[in-house]
Design a protein around this ligand. Structure first.
Ligand code: ZN
Length: 250
């Protein structure tokens, strides 16, 4: 079993009619329903759930892969929770950052850049191309697929130079974007996947759900232990005594 926790800031679906109508109960539930299968044990957590935003140490210790959806409340996420998520990723927990999570504290700190990009809300057509068809996240996904109307995210994308592109998007307005990239931080595998505005039916699209469920399998930990381990080791070899120079003059 892969233990999956889907985290959602869960604000738009409570405050905007269009989002509420598109994702009744929250888009975390739609994603969970969309990727549900016999070998995923899926749980949910939200920003306002409790003082830990639903992500206590115990919850994270029992999470193989954390999905993160945030859009308008990145700054409301407590730094202590961000630290906890980050150390779990370094230890081996998988992390999937969806849509506007490129600006989440968790992604920006793990990514190591501002995470910024250009965007436009014009309900435009997006074609997502697979740039690495041999990658496990691309298995069973067509060479390209179309989302009829999406928010545009475009290059330049301030993502770390070690990000490996799996998907590249073309938008009706002419922009392109690295829509699906992988990163590794310590033992933890990270996947960023762009589609998913809260008022668009993105998380009902079979190809989008296929990519996310492939990513859950790929991000699941192969090892999990405290990383890095720091200590002061005794020398294994004999260190010969030397007369040390104690001033700049020889
Ligand atoms: Zn959006």
């Amino acid at each position: 079993m892969i233990k999956v926790t889907i985290w959602n800031e869960f604000i738009h679906e409570n405050t905007q009619e269009a989002a509420k109508k598109m994702y009744p109960g929250g888009l975390h539930l739609a994603i969970g329903k969309g990727i549900a299968c016999d070998d995923f044990e899926i749980k949910y957590a939200t920003l306002e759930q409790d003082e830990n935003h639903g992500l206590s140490e115990e919850v994270l210790a029992n999470t193989d892969v954390l999905l993160w959806w945030g859009h308008c409340a990145h700054e409301k996420v407590k730094d202590e929770v961000v630290d906890r998520v980050m150390s779990n990723v370094w230890n081996g927990m998988g992390l999937i950052c969806l849509h506007s999570a490129h600006m989440s504290k968790v992604f920006r700190r793990l990514n190591g850049t501002s995470g910024k990009l250009i965007w436009r809300e014009a309900n435009e057509r997006e074609r997502i191309w697979c740039a690495n068809p041999g990658h496990p996240i691309a298995q069973g996904v067509p060479e390209s697929f179309v989302l009829d109307y999406e928010e545009m995210y475009g290059e330049p994308f301030m993502v770390a130079p070690d990000a490996q592109p799996i998907f590249i998007s073309w938008f009706e307005g002419g922009n392109v974007f690295r829509s699906g990239v992988t990163l590794q931080r310590g033992n933890g595998r990270i996947f960023y996947f762009r589609p998913g505005h809260e008022t668009f039916p993105t998380y009902y699209n079979a190809n989008v759900l296929k990519v996310i469920s492939n990513a859950v399998r790929w991000c699941a930990p192969t090892v999990r232990f405290p990383y890095p381990t720091t200590h002061r080791p005794n020398a294994d070899e004999q260190i010969s005594p030397k007369v040390r120079q104690t001033s700049p003059e020889a």
